[in-house]
Design a protein around this ligand. Structure first.
Ligand code: AMP
Ligand code: GLY
Length: 442
């Protein structure tokens, strides 16, 4: 049996015992997004063994024992394993720490942007500055390293207003303020109390935008790009988009309300100008460039850039990819994406995250997970907060699993996902019941 035929969902197989041919790949990152990447790489005939730094117990990769931010450790590991032909860097932290630069300097192939290109994500002030200088539509804003200037700007503005820490803050550094008192308090929390650490050395204060959000992910090789199908994340913990912000409770793809006309316009006003901007900045972007968009009628503005695949959007988008992901990664690294055909299924895809009750606040860990082998063959279960216990898999994080299915219509895909979720059991399992609910009615 080759690794490529291992089912990428529930069953655990010790992959070290299997025979392989093809290039070995190291995937950095250990969540549901990385599992979706690993699952797609396994479909490639050109991929041999897959290593994880760290990956999780459910993903069935060869464990390196390295964390995603152990930059020195990862570089040394790759140097010591001639068989590893590519390192795929999925999360924001190692990208912002320059892992791709470090690997490339040593002559190793790495998928992901350099530290200076990833700055589009790790500095919101830089991202806004790029948008302003190159005419990419976004919310009006000011950026400040001085607390008093930030407060003076807040006082002169309209409400609501959005106060953001400049740096990476696990998606939590964004505070929507309804009035002046809230905005002044947000500036203090970020800049003086350093609620998000050094990420708050600078703040971005911007106009509050209304509309709906769309995620547009693109493969970019520095110059050429290929669009992925659009997607839509569900960030709030509770049904009806209520409750606290989370890392994402589910997603669907494509986003039908975002028409072809809107997409074409976005390509001309957002995608192409951003890629051209990064060339002019001397930091051509190679990797996955994620455009977080706010759409209001035919007005499309950028809320944020991410320098990577989104989580959980990837778990809906990548299963739709019909082309070879490893070949796409190679074309991105080599700058030959223009010569590739990247094909997508036109099916509708939905994923729902199964979380530990209490997430994003406190929750239990170590609860046994059962029912995974009952899941239908055409349904994917991507693993996130999972580890191996004495008698099988147990929970180890807030977002535990992500169940995904695709079908000809959203109603069928949605039914498949929720029918299968009911087969999976762990204590205090919590999930949103309304992912894609409005779509299914269409
Ligand atoms: P960001 O990390 O900048 O994308 O912000 C996280 C979330 O905050 C976004 O996905 C939006 O839901 C919300 N948000 C950020 N900026 C704005 C804005 N200018 N207007 C309205 N909502 C925003
Ligand atoms: N789903 C949003 C993100 O990956 O940042």
């Amino acid at each position: 049996m080759s690794e490529n035929s291992v089912k990428t969902t529930a069953r655990y197989v010790d992959l070290r015992e299997l025979e392989y041919d093809g290039d070995d790949v190291l995937v950095v990152g250990g969540g549901g997004r990385e599992h979706a990447i690993v699952a797609k790489l396994r479909e490639s005939k050109r991929v041999g063994k897959i290593y994880g730094a760290p990956c999780n117990a459910g993903t069935n990769v060869i464990e390196t024992g390295l964390s995603a931010t152990d930059i020195d450790g990862i570089v040394e590991y790759v140097a010591a394993h001639d068989n590893i032909k590519m390192t795929v860097v999925a999360p924001d932290d190692p990208l912002s720490m320059g892992l791709v630069d470090r690997l490339t300097e040593r002559g190793f192939r790495a998928f992901g942007p350099t530290k200076s290109a990833a700055r589009l994500e790790w500095s919101k002030a830089y991202a806004k500055d790029v948008m302003r200088r190159y005419g990419v539509p976004t919310a009006a804003y000011g950026a400040f390293t001085d607390t008093e200037q930030a407060k003076a700007f807040v006082k002169s503005g309209k409400y609501p207003v959005v106060v953001k820490a400049d740096g990476l803050a696990l998606g939590k550094g964004v505070i929507i303020c309804q009035n002046e008192a809230e905005a002044l308090a947000a500036v203090d929390e970020i800049m003086l109390d350093k609620k998000f650490g050094a990420a708050g050395n600078e703040v971005v204060i911007e106009q509050f935008l209304t509309g709906y959000e769309v995620s547009l992910l693109t493969f970019v090789d520095g110059v050429n790009y290929k669009l992925m199908p659009t997607s839509c994340d569900h960030k709030r913990a509770l049904d009806g988009d209520k409750g606290l912000n989370t890392g994402g409770m589910g997603a669907y793809s494509p986003c039908p309300i975002f028409t072809k006309e809107l997409l074409d316009k976005t390509v001309k006003t957002v995608v192409e100008p951003t890629i051209a901007a990064m060339i002019k900045e001397g930091a051509p972007f190679k990797g996955v460039l994620y455009f977080g968009l706010m759409v209001d009628g035919d007005d499309v503005r950028v809320l944020e850039y991410n320098a990577r695949f989104g989580d959980p959007e990837t778990q809906s988008v990548l299963p739709l990819l019909k082309s070879d992901l490893y070949e796409i990664f190679n074309a991105v690294i080599d700058g030959t994406l223009d010569r590739m055909r990247v094909e997508w299924s036109d099916k509708k895809s939905i994923n729902v995250v199964l979380a530990s009750g209490g997430y994003p606040l406190g929750y239990k860990k170590g609860c046994p997970i059962s029912g995974l082998t009952e899941v239908d063959n055409d349904v994917n279960v991507f693993f996130a907060g999972v580890k191996r216990g004495d008698d099988g898999l147990v929970t180890s994080g807030g977002r535990v699993l992500c169940v995904q299915a695709a079908a000809d219509d959203f109603a069928t895909a949605r039914k498949k996902v929720y029918d299968n979720i009911r087969k999976i059991k762990f204590e205090d399992c919590y999930y949103r019941k309304d992912i894609g609910a409005k779509l299914a009615e269409r």
